[in-house]
Design a protein around this ligand. Structure first.
Ligand code: CAP
Ligand code: MG
Length: 423
């Protein structure tokens, strides 16, 4: 009776089938383990093998993965190399992101055969990719919700990030919306606390939104954070739709992808866009040689179907960033007809950073500034005007300094923060 052993999981002559999911990993083989041994163990443990040789025969379907490419066959102790593994489509449950991740980002991240392993990139086959809903709107939100096509949409988070009363939160929203921001956004840890209960905040903020729309003649919207247990989150999504808002915000990593899939299905019924905050992503993507890259997290988010996703500031902001430009390009590339995702640049941004930021990201993005608006010497309303002026300057092709001649709010912001990245 044939058995399966580690040797069955590596074939450097294998050509992946179009239907295979191909994953790239960066691995550091453990001491005494050569690259091929480590690669075969990665392919085995992430598909249908284990440490012992196993019987097969009657009633067994081979769902084994194949390590088919190795960059460097020999690496010094502690060094890393890239490998690629092809997974047969039949290994996966279509439409189930948890099950796919239990394969390609499961036990292997802790296996002793490698000192470190990082899932770098996935090439999604059509059958698997289209088994997911994908985004409902994607970057069309700019046009469909705000009627904007030539500039980034602007968002702001009231700061301090938590602690403001419902009334104060909504008032900050009014000041920001009338100053020129398109989107008010809850912070990642503001959900339903005594000092600012969810439903009160929803109703109060939308009332201020309506005022701001009347005053400015511009569409405005609100990214209210529905993050909670899944059943409660669905309740909150329903409340958001009932109150006439266009978006929900979800902390997708802390909620988990199955919960995000449930929210996506409900948002399809209700016609709501999803803003994805990625708090906790750095637990996976910050260490260069271990975990799951932000590129893969972004791929998952697009398949599951968020419309907007934080992808960093191309190194300009306050938080360690990955390959913002490359990730944004992937989010826009064709993926079997699935909608794209609008990248969100956020974290330490202020008006002085806008030209360099948009040079890196282009204007089909959402730009979020919290401290960069509410920390303006003349307050939130002026801070919002300054950010809007900086973005308009870029669209008009003029320098910040020239724009500042007609925008005192921008001039004050540049005096205060210049064009430096805060730490
Ligand atoms: C930004 C922010 C966002 C970060 C998240 C914060 O505030 O609200 O959560 O941008 O990081 O809490 O830091 P500031 P990322 O604008 O005041 O910095 O976008 O990289 O996921
Ligand atoms: Mg935040």
């Amino acid at each position: 009776m044939a058995g399966i052993t580690y040797e069955d999981f590596i074939d450097l002559s294998y050509e992946p089938a179009d239907s295979d999911l191909v994953c790239a990993f960066r691995i550091a083989p453990a001491e005494g383990m050569d690259v091929a041994d480590a690669a075969s163990r990665v392919a085995s443990e992430s598909s249908n093998g284990t440490w012992a040789a196993l019987p097969t025969g009657e009633g067994f379907t081979d769902m084994g993965a194949t390590a088919f490419a190795i960059d460097d066959g020999e690496v010094a102790a502690g060094e890393t190399t890239e490998i690629r593994v092809a997974y047969p489509a039949g290994l996966f449950e279509p439409g189930s992101m948890p099950q796919i991740l239990s394969c390609i980002a499961g036990n292997i991240l802790g296996m002793k055969a490698v000192d470190s392993i990082r899932l770098l990139d996935c090439e999604w086959p059509e059958g698997l990719a289209t088994s997911f809903m994908g985004p409902q709107f994607g970057s069309d939100v700019r046009e469909e919700i705000f009627g904007v096509s030539d500039r980034p949409i602007l968002a702001t988070v009231p700061k301090p990030k938590v602690g403001l009363s419902t009334e104060r939160h909504a008032q900050v929203g009014y000041e920001a919306w009338t100053g020129g921001v398109d989107l008010l956004k809850d912070d990642e840890n503001l959900t339903d606390q005594d000092f600012n209960p969810f439903h009160d905040r929803l109703v109060e903020s939308l009332a201020q939104r309506d005022r701001a729309e009347d005053e400015t003649g511009e569409p405005k919207s609100y990214l209210i954070n529905v993050t909670a247990g899944t059943n409660e989150m669905l309740e909150r999504v329903d409340q958001v739709a009932a109150e006439g808002c266009e978006y929900v915000m979800v902390d997708v990593i802390t909620c988990g992808w199955a919960a995000v899939q449930a929210v996506r299905e409900r948002c399809e019924e209700l016609g709501l866009a999803i803003h994805a905050h990625r708090a906790m992503h750095a637990a996976f993507d910050r260490l260069p040689h271990h975990g799951v890259s932000m590129r893969v997290l972004a791929q998952i988010a697009r398949l599951v179907g968020v419309d907007q996703l934080h992808t960093g500031t191309a190194g300009l902001g306050k938080l360690a960033n990955e390959d913002t430009v490359g990730i944004n390009a992937w989010l826009r590339d064709d993926l079997y007809g699935l909608s794209d995702v609008l990248p969100v640049a956020s974290g330490g941004l202020h008006p002085g950073l806008v030209p360099d930021l948009l040079d890196a990201t282009g204007t089909n993005v959402c730009v979020q500034a919290g401290g960069g608006i509410h920390g303006h010497p003349d307050g939130t309303h002026e801070g919002a005007k300054a950010l809007r002026a900086a973005v308009e300057a870029y669209a008009e092709g003029i320098s910040l300094e020239s724009k500042a001649d007609e925008s005192p709010a921008l001039a004050t912001a540049i005096d205060k923060w210049g064009t430096e990245t805060p730490r």
